[in-house]
Design a protein around this ligand. Structure first.
Ligand code: PLP
Length: 410
């Protein structure tokens, strides 16, 4: 049978067990514990010999259905849904890292991820080495015997930088280190992580997947391609679980012990969001390209950055990895900081807010908000200038957004 399309697969993922009432939408199992008919069944569930649910911190039917939908659209071997994107990131690194190890990444990272790596994880003796991930040679030179992973965001925020993932995968494979990506800005309808040699994928489902910023959530996807037998921390588990070693460590220890499970109610909302993900993304991303093209014609704006613009330095690599619409977020600059504030204060339908990938358009001045704790020198190093505006484009009618921007630019 031909492989079905994205939305068909999302909508027609089968339940793990037949629903007692033939409900067409997976019900919300909002309960903590599950009863067993016999002590033997209970033992089997705890030993992992049967797929029965025992306790919702460990697994839950509504959450499991959401995970299975993600598996059917991505081809991932193991999928774990968590309470937030940060929970997904911290669970991944606590699963793989031990004191003395190092991780290679870029300074162009989501702020809390940067803080997690440099403060939280660093306190456990795990070093983060920064380099320019768009320079494959630099990455190869940064890898040493203590390196366990190369970690990147598919499109960095707010620099909108795109590294060549297949090349990074090749280098990582050669050195026996993991390639981990945070693909929040390029959801699975446009980015097939498996095809680019990604080992572990992380997604903040809070963003495009929730269907309008309805809840918090995170996902960890394990593609089952890594040889864990040579990975010091998991080599014992590799003998028992083979390609499932990472998933076993995560599900049977780290995820269970850290307790950052996804609420069944949020899993329900995010399952609904998944059903319309591709429609909503297409609308937001095509709006984004149209607005980027339009903003280039506005005299007060000095430059517009969107990797879908042919003028972008990342146009080719973006197209190769994500197609013609690399995300639904753009940035632009004014000549002076004061102009940014005047402009922001004139907006009526675009919301001044820090989230991204809502149904509504969201706008922010990163230097005075997300990056306000940094010195101007540090901000410059991070590629966040005082005149930069970030716009996450929603699914409103593009003419209304254009009119709004034009009126505020007069
Ligand atoms: C939002 C975001 C996160 C964190 O996700 P939360 O759900 O807010 O915890 C991580 N990475 C990227 C790229 C994000 O945009």
């Amino acid at each position: 049978m031909e492989r079905q399309g994205f939305s068909t697969r999302v909508i027609h993922t089968e339940y793990a067990k037949k629903d007692a009432h033939n409900a067409l939408q997976m019900p919300i199992y909002s309960n903590a514990a599950f009863e067993f008919d016999t002590a033997e069944q209970m033992e089997n569930a705890f030993l992992g010999r049967s797929p029965d649910h025992a306790y919702s911190r460990i697994s839950n039917p509504t959450v499991e259905n959401f995970e299975q939908r993600i598996r059917s659209i991505t081809g991932a071997m193991g999928v774990t849904a968590l309470s937030s994107g940060m929970a997904a990131i911290s669970n991944v690194f606590f699963t793989i890292a031990k004191s003395g190890d190092n991780i290679i990444t870029s300074r162009h990272l989501f702020g809390n991820t940067y803080s997690f790596l440099t403060s939280t994880l660093n306190a456990f003796g795990v070093e983060t080495r920064f380099c320019d991930l768009t320079n494959v040679e630099e990455v190869a030179n940064a890898i040493n015997k203590k390196t366990i992973a190369v970690f990147l965001e598919t499109i960095t925020n707010p620099q909108l930088e795109i590294a060549d993932i297949a090349s990074l995968s090749k280098i990582s494979r050669e050195h026996g280190v993991l390639l981990i990506v945070d693909s929040t800005l390029t959801p699975p309808n446009i980015f097939a992580a498996l095809e680019f040699g990604v080992d572990i994928e992380i997604i903040s489902s809070t963003k495009m997947i929730t269907g309008g910023a309805t809840s918090m959530g995170g996902l960890v996807l394990d593609y089952g391609k890594f040889d864990w037998s040579k990975f010091a921390k998991l080599s014992d588990l590799a003998q028992r679980f083979g390609p499932f070693a990472f998933n076993a460590k995560l599900r049977r220890e780290i995820f269970r012990n850290l307790g950052a499970c996804l609420s069944p109610y949020h899993a329900y909302l995010q399952s609904l969001g998944l059903e319309t993900l591709s429609l909503r993304f297409d609308k937001a991303a095509s709006n984004c390209l149209l607005l980027a093209e339009y903003l280039q014609t506005e005299g007060k704006i000095t430059d517009v950055n969107y990797p879908g613009l042919k003028t972008s330095a990342f146009y080719e690599v973006g197209k190769k990895q994500f197609g013609s619409y690399p995300g639904a977020m753009l940035t632009f600059n004014f000549s002076r900081r004061e102009e940014c504030f005047v402009f922001l204060n004139k907006l009526k339908i675009i919301s001044r807010a820090s989230n991204i990938y809502d149904n509504r358009s969201l706008i922010i001045h990163p230097a005075s908000t997300i990056f306000c704790d940094y010195t101007p020198e540090k901000r410059a190093e991070l590629g966040v200038s005082d005149t930069l505006i970030r716009l996450s484009v929603g699914i409103e009618e593009v003419e209304d957004l254009k009119n709004e921007l034009h009126t505020a630019l007069i």
